[in-house]
Design a protein around this ligand. Structure first.
Ligand SMILES: [Zn+2]
Ligand SMILES: [Zn+2]
Length: 236
């Protein structure tokens, strides 16, 4: 079966995300667009994932609990966990590796932790979108050792991507790659190349999704489909 997936989305916790863009709204909009596996991947922080878990359960969507980690070279890497607790633990680890620079909310926007209803629970003060102190290869290794899916983000982008910032894609055991406009004119190591919305506003949900040939709609099947390089089709 072809399963529609979207593994790259932000929320009001990301400084560049709309303040009104809550995890619940993300889940509801994705459900209405027929997405069956959905990830929330805020920059270097996991604190909106508990609300996302509740929302996905209500929407009957399979959630992946993610972070978009910024490496010390300013490369973005998607790290996706099947279990909320593992993502929260990794999130604490990643936040600890951020420089203690205070967010300038007038310049970058607010960083809001919300509950299922969208009520603000706290505002994160440390700037979340800057680089962590962890190099690219260490981010990949750390996340894989915690059984996450690891996907270098938007590899065809001219900033914050492995190809742009490192000049090449290091030969590491990624789960897949993500591109804005596949196919990518570079060595993709025969990996599945996915697209994701990278939504920062409600209107951007579903703007780039893809469907993957899978046995059923489960995390194990997703992992197997990526490992077996199953067919992917793009929807834009
Ligand atoms: Zn990014
Ligand atoms: Zn992103």
């Amino acid at each position: 079966m072809l399963v529609p997936i979207d593994l790259h989305n932000h929320s009001c916790l990301s400084p560049c995300g709309d303040d009104d863009f809550t995890p619940s709204l993300l889940a509801v909009e994705a459900m209405e667009q027929g997405i069956e596996i959905l990830a929330l991947t805020d920059h270097n922080c996991a604190r909106n994932l508990p609300a996302f878990a509740e929302a996905c359960e209500l929407c009957c969507i399979l959630p992946l609990f993610g972070l978009e980690v910024t490496t010390s070279e300013e490369v973005h890497v998607l790290t996706l966990f099947p279990k909320l607790e593992d993502a929260l633990e990794f999130g604490s680890f990643v936040e600890f590796l951020l420089s203690p620079i205070k967010n300038d909310r007038r310049l970058f926007g607010r960083q809001l932790v919300v509950n299922l209803e969208g009520e603000v629970q706290e505002e994160v003060e440390t700037m979340l979108a800057f680089a962590t102190s962890l190099p690219f290869s260490d981010v990949v290794e750390e996340a894989l050792s915690r059984d996450a899916l690891v996907i270098p983000a938007h590899i065809d982008r001219f900033a914050n991507s492995a190809l742009a910032n490192l000049g090449f894609l290091p030969d590491l055991p990624y789960s897949a790659l993500e591109a804005i406009h596949p196919p990518v004119h570079a060595d993709t190591h025969d990996l599945v190349v996915l697209t994701g919305s990278d939504a920062h506003t409600l209107e951007q949900v579903g703007r780039r999704t893809c469907s993957l040939e899978m046995h059923d709609c489960s995390y194990e099947s997703l992992k197997n489909a990526l490992a077996k390089r199953n067919e992917v089709s793009y929807r834009s």
